[in-house]
Design a protein around this ligand. Structure first.
Ligand code: C2E
Ligand code: MG
Ligand code: MG
Length: 392
């Protein structure tokens, strides 16, 4: 048997703690792994944060699983680097001789295929190779090629979804949501390609386009005399980490002539948690440009409420999952009430996401939430369709 083991999010660890600490962690991880193996097993490093274990004497699949579990469990107690505790997890891909490959090359390559699948399933996963994985990977590969072409062929487009005042239905802003007009697949929703844009780094380029197109559109609506107080644009983690973000935003604002106060940037909790110090600095610099910042999908991450006040935020968007059952589930109602109260105490606006029924809207209003977004008012629509709603 052959296991290929990749440390989750090692690049971030390296970026945050520095390369010396990263090297030290790799040494500690190697030590933990080797302590969990038998004398006949062979541990090696394939490069970077990727290790491999050759298991010449495997009894059966169950035995293999047990070994994989033992390897993963060596990382339960924290590692130490740079005076800090660091928690690491790994993904493992497994290929077995002879069914998964007859040559060493084929075995390693197929274990890597399984590893890739494990990575897709999230941190701390272990996956055994199977033949079907190749077609998944081929699909992904084609989609990735298409994605490069999409940029060249201008296949991206923006839809807009209004944000409304719950009390009178007045439109207080709109969120720009990217769509991909794929020549064969039709309109592709963002969750099917944003992760790939992030993996490949293309998100920085596409994100800049989104920002520019949305600001241009908002400016055009305002010039045409429509009252659209604010336009929201989603940022991805890669953009937040990009050194050029603040300059890019400033440039777009200057070039489109949009009043900075009319631009709202949406970020998620997990983006803040990944490198809080850097996020605070970047958000501060963005806010100095005069724009506003909203915390998207609030409630789905793990940030403590106390943490929130460290960030220069203007609004939180309560995640759709809390709004969905607000009329039926009293737990959701109390969480939502707590979030609204807390946000108001921190002088933040609260926007409820995914409001679909007037019953939900009424429940939200009774909890003190004044702003909402959702199918109740309108789904995300092409620019000219939103006009009907604003003009409405
Ligand atoms: P998000 O920013 O939380 O956007 C809200 C999503 O909820 C949108 O899905 C919207 O169409 C959907 N939605 C709105 N109201 C309702 C409702 O009443 N019921 C239901 N069931 N759904 C509703 P969409 O457009 O598929 O976007 C998904 C996610 O993709 C967004 O979540 C955002 O995280 C990401 N995304 C979209 N555009 C961009 C972009 O330009 N850049 C980046 N980085 N991410 C984007
Ligand atoms: Mg959003
Ligand atoms: Mg959201």
């Amino acid at each position: 048997g052959l296991m290929v083991i990749d440390v989750d999010r090692f690049r971030e660890i390296n970026q945050t703690l520095g390369h010396a600490a990263g090297d030290e962690l790799l040494r500690q991880i190697a030590g933990r792994f080797s302590g969990s193996l038998c004398a006949t097993d062979i541990l090696g490093r394939l490069g970077g944060d990727v290790f491999a274990v050759l298991l010449p004497e495997l009894a059966d699949i169950r035995h293999t699983r047990a070994i994989a579990r033992r390897i993963a469990e060596t990382l339960i107690s924290p590692l130490r680097a740079d005076g800090q505790d660091v928690f690491a997890t790994v993904c493992i891909g497994v290929a077995l001789y002879p069914q998964d490959g007859k040559s060493p090359h084929e075995l390693v390559s197929n274990a890597r295929v399984a590893l890739r699948q494990a990575k897709c399933e999230g941190r701390n996963s272990c996956v055994f190779y199977s033949m079907e994985m190749h077609s998944d990977i081929r699909d992904r590969l084609f989609l990735e090629i298409d994605l490069h072409n999409a940029i060249l062929r201008n296949e991206f487009t923006l839809y807009y979804q209004p944000k409304a005042n719950c009390a009178d239905g007045r439109i207080i802003g709109a969120e720009a949501l990217i769509r991909w007009r794929h020549p064969l697949r039709g309109l592709v929703p963002p969750d099917q390609f944003i992760p790939m844009l992030e993996d490949t780094g293309l998100i920085v380029q596409v994100g800049r386009w989104v920002l520019e197109a949305a600001c241009q559109q908002a400016r055009a609506w305002q010039e045409a005399g429509y009252d659209l107080p604010s336009i929201s644009v989603n940022l991805s983690i890669r953009q937040l980490q990009s050194e050029t973000l603040v300059r890019d935003v400033a440039t777009v604002l200057a070039e489109t002539g949009l009043n900075p106060a009319c631009l709202d940037l949406e970020i998620t909790e997990s983006m803040l948690m990944q490198n809080a110090g850097m996020a605070i600095a970047t958000l501060g610099a963005l806010k100095e440009l005069g724009l506003t910042i909203s915390l998207d999908d609030f409630g789905t991450g793990y940030s403590s409420l106390a943490y929130l006040k460290r960030f220069p935020l203007d609004a939180v968007k309560v995640d759709r999952s809390f709004v969905q059952d607000i009329t039926a589930d009293s737990d959701d109602a109390s969480i939502t009430r707590a979030v609204i109260t807390m946000a108001h105490n921190l002088k933040l606006k609260v926007v409820a996401e995914g409001v679909e029924t007037s019953a939900q809207m009424n429940a939200l209003r009774s909890l003190g939430c004044q702003l909402g977004q959702g199918y109740l008012w309108s789904p995300a629509v092409p620019a000219h369709d939103l006009l009907a709603t604003i003009a409405g």
